[in-house]
Ligand binder design. Structure first.
Ligand SMILES: [Zn+2]
Length: 469
């Protein structure tokens, strides 16, 4: 994610309140099925996602009328129980559920909290059992710009938001730790078009309606899925290796084409730094709505109007940092944002001849006497503070790390980390250990001061290696 004008603004420094991790009662009594938890255990967002199962696939089928904003949905979730389950939850915000089946049998359901759909199957599910849940639902999605369903100025709509957005339009285990394949079938009045993740499938028309199909087979975190309904201009092409590219331009976004035409060059450049492009498709979605941010939708980022080339570099870098490898907890967000932001520096260095050591020293000098700048934590910054220091102090921290461990080790880290955790999740502490192994030196002090600390790092960490000159 990136917002325009995200440069440093003083933030309230909070001590993260670690809400107790919600765990289900589990097998308190051996063999006795128990309810799955109503949260996946993230300390910042304890009720996001759910416990007791892992989802492996979503088949989302919707019919949407832009004139009335009415959505009819029919979503099938394939999952595997991780405990003996008497009931389990999906996340769904608003909308009215009319029927739920589990393994084809009618199930009972209730709605609780802000977004919990509690499902009780006719028969308990055994730990390890694979099961399918079909949910039929309808209504006008709850608009939540920045966290889900959003209307564009053209009368269209799309879903985008972080840390959660998917539950505003389909029932989902809404946590980045439960990645699954994702298939969308979306029916809209003829004249409208639908863009989403991954590979484009067939398009069928009947009696004034057109149905579009999209398939994302690389496991994807729910907040990185989308549906975009608009009178898109769709532009199709391929990368040199055959990867299909689909770009979607909303009304009035034609001026974005010049930058997006450089997508092959951007992905080539990022591949040279981060390893092979980790997705099966590429492109961009240029919405006709000032949503105030751009977001790294897997395979196909969503862009606010009038973003620059640097934002395209940032969101596509997320295809490695955030999408292919996703956070374990939101406290780990530097693994996404510090790296996507540093990719913008790498681009400036390679394509614009910027001396990054000079840029680094200038920024340190400018901020040296601004304690609030250094107070922004890069790890475990607390809920609501995830998208602040990582964009700016995060760039400095990664440049300092590069000079601390040297060019070879840094390049190895950038290339090998995304491949090692492809289609999975990883934590910041995993990353610290990994870098220490690659560099072969103890980096505890460096990581402590730059990523855990709230004051300006001491000089040996502020000006390591060639920065010392
Ligand atoms: Zn970002």
């Amino acid at each position: 994610m990136i917002r325009p004008f995200h440069r440093f603004r003083p933030a309230i420094v909070t001590t993260a309140t670690l809400a107790s991790v919600l765990l289900s009662a589990g097998a308190a009594m051996a063999g006795q099925p128990t309810p799955g938890g109503d949260g996946a255990g993230d300390p910042y967002y304890p009720t996001d996602g759910n416990g007791g199962y892992h989802a492996s696939d979503y088949m989302v089928s919707i019919s949407y009328d832009p004139a009335s904003h009415h959505l009819d949905g029919d979503t099938t979730v394939t999952a595997t129980a991780t405990q003996d389950l008497s009931s389990f939850n999906l996340d769904l915000t608003g909308l009215t559920v009319s029927a739920v089946t589990v393994n084809g049998q009618p199930a009972t359901f209730t709605r609780t909290g802000a977004h919990e759909l509690v499902i009780t199957p006719a028969a308990a599910l055994n730990s390890g059992a694979r099961f399918t849940t079909e949910v039929r639902y309808a209504g006008v999605p709850t608009a939540a710009t920045g966290n889900g369903w959003t209307y564009s100025t053209t009368g269209g709509a799309f879903a985008a938001g972080e840390p959660h957005s998917a539950a505003t339009w389909y029932p989902v285990n809404d946590t980045p730790t439960d990645k699954a394949s994702f298939h969308l079938s979306a029916r809209v009045p003829t004249g409208w078009a639908v863009i989403s993740n991954g590979l484009e499938g067939s398009t069928t028309t009947e009696a004034g309606w057109t149905t579009f199909h999209w398939d994302e087979t690389t496991p994807v975190a729910p907040y990185l899925t989308t549906v975009g309904i608009d009178k898109w201009t769709l532009q199709r092409s391929t990368l040199a290796d055959g990867t299909p590219v689909v770009d979607a331009y909303g009304s009035g976004t034609d001026n974005e084409r010049t930058n997006e035409a450089r997508l092959p060059e951007i992905l080539d450049f990022l591949s040279s730094k981060f390893g092979k492009y980790p997705q099966d498709a590429a492109g961009g979605i240029f919405v006709a709505a000032q949503v105030g941010f751009s977001l790294e939708i897997q395979t196909r980022p969503i862009y606010s109007p009038n973003v620059g080339l640097s934002t395209l570099v940032h969101e596509n870098a997320h295809q490695w940092w955030g999408d292919a490898v996703s956070v374990n907890h939101w406290a780990d967000i530097c693994l996404n944002e510090c790296f996507a932001s540093y990719a913008q520096w790498l681009w400036s260095e390679a394509k614009e001849g910027v001396n990054l050591d000079d840029r680094y020293r200038q920024r340190v000098t400018a901020m040296r006497n601004t304690p609030g700048y250094w107070a922004g934590k890069l790890y475990d910054m607390g809920p609501g503070n995830e998208f602040t220091a990582v964009y700016d102090k995060g760039q400095l921290a990664l440049h300092a790390l590069r000079r601390m461990i040297g060019e070879d080790a840094f390049s190895t880290v950038l290339k090998q980390w995304p491949a090692a955790h492809h289609a999975g999740n990883a934590s910041w502490s995993d990353f610290e250990k990994y870098v220490g192994q690659v560099a072969g030196v103890n980096l505890d002090g460096f990581f402590q001061e730059w990523f855990h600390g709230t004051t300006i790092p001491e000089d040996k960490y502020l000006f390591p290696g060639q920065l010392h000159a």
